[in-house]
Design a protein around this ligand. Structure first.
Ligand SMILES: O=C(O)CCC(=O)C(=O)O
Length: 253
């Protein structure tokens, strides 16, 4: 299968995001879906509570996020490292990359909350801020069930101020979002199973809630950092620890 990512590269550099339809074939996508189902059935019962988020922690039907799946399961480890997702990231980021987090991102029907406007680079704590998130759709996402929305060109305008949100899994949101520039440049992307949306770490993005009756919105997010990006590991770990303590004390995890 050809791996010419030049169109995606042009769009990523100009707009701060790229869309690749049918990034994986239907068979490959089914394999990922089956492994997510296996992970939920077999691994989730054994992992720490801060690595499985629910909109309502007493209701398993409201599962919303499974961070760091590569740490618990070989299948997801090999999907993050040495994969087509990694090869694409090397093209988009102009050189070697480090795979950092593979997470299931589900917006459950009826109860899935909005994803606050944010920049992933704010969470990453890296200098220079060179990284990306690849959002691989495992179902159908559209304006009714909370598809992703990017602000075109925002990756060229630097990191914006963020503050703590009450959204489990997206703890930081942009405080001054909603400027004319944001509203004029927002683009919503529908996606089907196998499609990939990929955005730069500085690209502003968000998603609405999912008020639909039955239409869950499942995806997997892959984070890659350029090898040039130096992480402040201590700051990242200290923040993660504090956040897990806060969420536990608020009864959210
Ligand atoms: O899935 C979503 O709603 C948001 C995903 C996202 O913002 C991210 O992975 O950076």
């Amino acid at each position: 299968m050809s791996e010419d990512f030049s169109e995606a590269k042009e769009s990523f550099d100009n707009d701060g995001f790229a869309v690749i339809r049918n990034f994986l074939s239907p068979d490959e996508t089914e394999d990922v879906q089956a492994n997510v189902a296996r992970y939920i059935a077999e691994i989730v019962p054994r992992i720490p509570r801060e690595h499985a988020f629910y909109e309502d922690k007493d209701d398993p039907e409201t599962l919303k996020q499974l961070p760091r799946m590569e740490e618990y399961d070989d299948y997801f480890e090999s999907l993050l490292h040495g994969s087509k997702f990694e090869r694409l990231s090397e093209v988009l980021l102009d050189g070697p990359v480090l795979g950092r987090n593979l997470q299931y991102l589900r917006k459950p029907a009826r109860v899935g909350l909005p994803t606050p406007p944010h920049q992933d680079g704010y969470y990453f704590n890296v200098t220079p801020c060179e990284g990306l998130t690849a959002w691989f759709s495992l179902g159908h996402a559209d304006e009714e069930n909370g598809c992703l929305r990017y602000i075109r060109g925002s990756h060229k305008k630097g990191l914006r101020p963020h503050a703590r949100t009450q959204t489990l899994g997206f703890s930081q949101g942009i405080t001054d979002f909603g400027q004319p520039d944001d509203l004029e440049n927002e683009v919503a992307f529908t996606a089907g199973p196998g499609d990939l949306l990929v955005h730069h770490a500085v690209t502003v993005h968000r998603a609405d809630d999912n008020p639909s009756e039955t239409r869950d919105r499942p995806a997997i997010g892959f984070v890659y950092l350029s090898e040039r990006a130096k992480e402040d590991r201590e700051a990242v770990e200290a923040y993660r620890k504090k956040l897990a303590e806060d969420l536990a004390s608020q009864g959210k995890i």
